[in-house]
Design a protein. Structure first.
Length: 152
C-alpha cells in the first residue's frame, strides 16, 4: 500500500508499466468534470471509474481485495478515510472470490485507517485489503484499475 500526493507521483511510475499512463491521464484530464462511470484508457488493462457518493461509516465499510487489478484511488473532493489490512492477515471472508467482479470481501477490521484528502492517492496491490469510501460527507474520487499482468 502506498499513500502519496500527485506532486510525488513520478517516483511511483517505475513500479508498473502502466503507472506512467495512469498519471499522465490524471495530469491531462479534468477528472472532476467527468460524470460518474467507467472510462477506458488502455482497453481492459487500464481504465478509470469515477465515483461521487455519500461516505459510509467505518462499521459499514468492508475490507475488499482484488487479484487481477491494482487500484490507484485518487480523491478529488472530500476526505476518504480508507481502511487497510494486509490480505495475509484477513481470516474472515464474507464469501468466495468473484473472478467475474475481481473482488472478495472480508468481515475483518482494518488494521489502520488512512485519511486521504483531495489530491492524495492510495495504491492498493493484490496483497492489500482495503475499505474505501468512509466519510461523514460526500466523496468524489477516481479509481484507476491497472491490470497486474497487462496484455501490452
Amino acid at each position: 500500500m502506498i499513500l502519496s500526493t500527485l506532486a510525488q507521483s513520478d517516483r511511483y511510475a517505475a513500479l508498473h508499466p502502466l503507472f506512467p499512463r495512469a498519471f499522465e491521464y490524471i495530469r491531462n484530464t479534468d477528472l472532476p468534470a467527468l460524470a460518474p462511470g467507467r472510462y477506458p484508457i488502455v482497453g481492459e488493462d487500464l481504465f478509470v471509474i469515477i465515483e461521487n457518493v455519500a461516505g459510509r461509516t467505518r462499521d459499514a465499510a468492508k475490507l475488499e481485495c482484488h487479484r487481477r487489478y491494482i487500484d490507484i484511488q485518487l480523491v478529488l473532493e472530500g476526505i476518504d478515510e480508507m481502511g487497510w489490512k494486509t490480505l495475509a492477515d484477513c481470516g474472515d471472508p464474507v464469501s468466495d472470490y468473484s473472478a467475474e467482479k475481481d473482488i472478495r470481501f472480508f468481515n475483518d477490521a482494518p488494521a489502520t485507517w488512512i485519511a486521504t484528502p483531495p489530491g492524495a492517492f492510495c495504491i492498493f496491490f493484490p496483497e492489500d485489503a482495503h475499505a474505501p469510501l468512509v466519510s461523514s460527507g460526500n466523496i468524489c474520487k477516481a479509481i484507476f484499475k491497472v491490470a497486474v499482468r497487462p496484455a501490452i
